[in-house]
Design a protein around this ligand. Structure first.
Ligand code: ATP
Ligand code: MG
Length: 141
C-alpha cells in the first residue's frame, strides 16, 4: 500500500503528515510526500507578465531538506519510511500526477493550507482534488 501526502509547510499539512505517521504502520503503507513548487508570475503595470527566476539546484536541495527534515518530521519520529517528491506547477495537478505515477492507494491532504481566505472551509487545492482526483482522498481537519 502506498499513501501520497501533500505538504505545503502549513500547520494543516502537518496534521495530514501526523495522520500518516499514526496510521501508515497499521496499514503497512509506504508514504510519499509531494510538494508542488508554485512558480509565481508577476503582473507588471504594463500588463506584461514576468515569471520568477527558476529554482537553482541549491534551492531545490535546500527545499528537499526542509521537506524531509522539518515538514515530514512526524514520519521520521514514528519510524515510517517515506520519500519526498517535488515538482514545479500548480498544486492540484501536480498532486494528481504524482498520485497516478505512484499508483497511490490513498491521498492525504489538509483541509486548508498556507494561503487563502481564512473563512473558507476548503482551500482551492483540496477542493480541486475532491473534483478531479481519481483516487481515494482523505482530508484531515
Ligand atoms: P488556497 O491555496 O486556495 O489559497 P489554502 O492554501 O488555505 O487555500 P489549500 O491550498 O487547498 O488551502 O491547501 C490544502 C491542502 O492541500 C494542504 O494542507 C496540503 O495538504 C495541500 N497543498 C496545498 N498546497 C500544496 C502544495 N504546493 N504542494 C503540495 N500540497 C499542497
Ligand atoms: Mg494553498
Amino acid at each position: 500500500m502506498r499513501i501520497v501526502v501533500a505538504v505545503d509547510g502549513s500547520e494543516h499539512a502537518r496534521r495530514a503528515v501526523e495522520w500518516c505517521a499514526r496510521y501508515a504502520p497499521a496499514l503497512g503503507a509506504e508514504v510519499v510526500a509531494v510538494h508542488a513548487v508554485e512558480t509565481p508570475v508577476y503582473a507588471l503595470p504594463t500588463m506584461a507578465y514576468v515569471a520568477a527566476p527558476p529554482l537553482t539546484d541549491e534551492d531545490r536541495e535546500a527545499l528537499h531538506r526542509t521537506i524531509a527534515q522539518e515538514w515530514c518530521g512526524p514520519l521520521s519520529d514514528a519510524g515510517v519510511a517515506f520519500r519526498v517528491v517535488t515538482a514545479e506547477g500548480p498544486p492540484a495537478p501536480v498532486i494528481i500526477e504524482v498520485a497516478q505515477r505512484e499508483d497511490a492507494d490513498l491521498v492525504v491532504t489538509g483541509r486548508r493550507g498556507r494561503g487563502g481566505f481564512a473563512e473558507l472551509v476548503l482551500g482551492s487545492t483540496s477542493h480541486s482534488l475532491t473534483h478531479h482526483l481519481p483516487r481515494p482522498l482523505l482530508i484531515v481537519p
